[in-house]
Design a binder for this molecule. Structure first.
Ligand code: AMP
Ligand code: MG
Length: 486
């Protein structure tokens, strides 16, 4: 590992895996890169000098024109079920340059998304457009601030090239930071196309990197169980925040338990359990309400991929261990969701009727098309009289039931409000706000985006400055639609 003056401390341990699991990469030079945005706080936590983010050296790194010492650029091979269909995939437009060791000893993948053609590009151009890369930047940083595990965004640069999408668009590269990019699809690839030794190498590497406490004869079952636990927690957090990932293919499920792949994702404005934003998800496979279920489906594919590593025991025993862990996922996911909902409602203790109280609120929100985030905000500040449904009979009935439940807690109003303020974000990246920021950025004005990011950085501040950003989209706004692979 080398340590540069600007703070890069890179190596690439993935390159130490069997060469059948990745393709080494060269630079795909871009002509005239230009920095659009860079993340000072993230740079600092990575041990990089924030003062140098706009230096020519960093610009060349973010553009994929120059790789810092210690890096070993590669494209990872992976497969995946896309909308239920198994396909060979791989990093078609991303290059993993290495892992950065942080001052506190953690390691993070540094990946350039949109960095050009790789052996896995198929018919794609290996590139990404400015708008979608900025969108990923904004939403992933907001997710992080809300407290949802996620890949993060260090920088976006323009490449100086135009790329063809629906129209010609400015090409851009996002520097993405993640605990790793090992996915369910990485295991599916190794299990289907590579030897059991390669699969084992990947599993052992993953354990060492993400679950170093796992050892012993049951380690692959434990790998599965703990991955499932992390997914249960992650997906519960998505549900609680009203986040729709939009493309929960198995290649987009990270073993680390972080949210990866910000394509067609979006946050709910009004609550709708069947919400789908992705233009290609006509069947609603990845709708809001299906996310916990799809998480389980994806985990079952992960279990299948690990199966060849369990040949030291009777098949039935292996199957029943995996099955038990999958069942644990289902109950844990639900338990974490309910626990999170209780906190959003300012309830400190657990009572049997809580689930019904929560379900009744969600049904009411669905039926009355209530804004998800703002409903919890009104409850937080106990200003339901300002809520659009203040005079609605069904809502009033629910509200008095809720107040009765809350009184059973014997907590001060102050305690309750503090808990609720810390669990209910004032601001989410509302689609119309994100679009406005991207439209301005397309004209070269990055200030709208910077202002939005500043607001999203402290979602639990509940400050005056956030007020304008809490408004739902104007009623005339057409349904929001998102796109994959842009
Ligand atoms: P995603 O929908 O982002 O998960 O991408 C699915 C697959 O398509 C992955 O293998 C990507 O690397 C690949 N891909 C997406 N966009 C492009 C592109 N412009 N060029 C090459 N490959 C791409
Ligand atoms: Mg993907």
């Amino acid at each position: 590992m080398n340590h540069t003056e600007s703070g890069w401390k890179l190596r690439n341990s993935y390159a130490g895996l069997p060469k059948t699991l990745y393709a080494p990469m060269e630079a795909n030079l871009v002509p005239s890169p230009e920095l659009v945005i860079a993340n000072q706080a993230l740079a600092k936590s990575l041990g990089l000098d924030p003062e140098q983010l706009d230096s020519p050296e960093f610009l060349q790194i973010f553009a994929g024109n120059h790789f810092p010492e210690g890096s070993f650029p590669l494209a990872q091979a992976y497969a995946g079920h896309q909308f239920g269909q198994f396909t060979m995939l791989g990093d078609g437009r991303a290059i993993l340059i290495g892992e950065q060791q942080t001052p506190d000893g953690r390691i993070f993948d540094i990946q350039l998304k949109g960095a050009g053609i790789t052996p896995f590009s198929r018919s794609g151009d290996g590139r990404a457009a400015l708008g979608p890369m900025l969108r990923e930047y904004i939403i992933s940083e907001s997710m992080h601030a809300i407290g949802i595990p996620t890949s993060r965004s260090l920088a976006v640069v323009l490449t100086g090239e135009k790329i063809q999408r629906y129209s010609a668009e400015p090409g851009a590269i996002l520097t993405r930071v993640a605990s790793s990019h090992i996915r369910v699809g990485s295991f599916q690839f190794a299990a289907k196309y590579r030897s059991t030794e390669d699969l084992k190498a990947l599993a052992d590497y993953t354990i060492e990197r993400h679950f170093p406490e796992i050892s012993g004869p049951d380690r692959y079952i434990d790998l599965f169980r703990q991955t499932a636990q992390r997914q249960a927690s992650l997906i519960a957090k998505w549900q609680l925040a009203g986040f729709v990932h939009g493309v929960m293919n198995t290649d987009n499920m990270a073993i680390s338990g972080e949210t990866i792949d910000y394509g067609p994702c979006a946050f709910l404005d009004r609550y709708d359990e069947s919400a789908v934003f992705s233009s290609i998800d006509a069947g609603g496979r990845y709708a809001y309400r299906n996310q916990p279920l799809v998480g389980g489906w994806n985990l079952a594919r992960f279990a299948e991929s690990l199966f060849p590593l369990l040949d030291d025991r009777p098949e039935e025993q292996a199957l029943s261990s995996l099955q038990a862990a999958l069942e644990e996922y289902v109950s844990l996911q639900k338990q974490l969701f309910l626990a999170g909902m209780r906190e959003k409602l300012g309830l400190f203790t657990e009572m049997p009727e809580d689930e019904q109280l929560i379900d009744a609120l969600l049904e009411l929100m669905q039926e009355k098309q209530m804004d998800y985030t703002n409903t919890f905000r009104s409850l937080t500040f106990d200003i339901v009289e300002e809520h659009p449904l203040a005079e609605d009979t069904a809502f009033k009935t629910w509200y008095s039931r809720y107040k009765t439940r809350q009184q059973l807690e014997n907590r001060s109003a102050q305690d309750v409000m503090e808990l609720m303020k810390s669990r209910n974000p004032a601001v989410i990246p509302r689609n119309h706000r994100v679009e406005a920021a991207l439209e301005a950025a397309a004209q070269g004005d990055y200030q709208v985006m910077e202002n939005l990011l500043a607001i999203l950085r402290n979602p639990f501040a509940h400050s005056e400055a956030q007020q304008p950003y809490t408004a739902p989209p104007p009623p005339s706004t057409p349904p929001y639609q998102t796109y994959c692979g842009t």
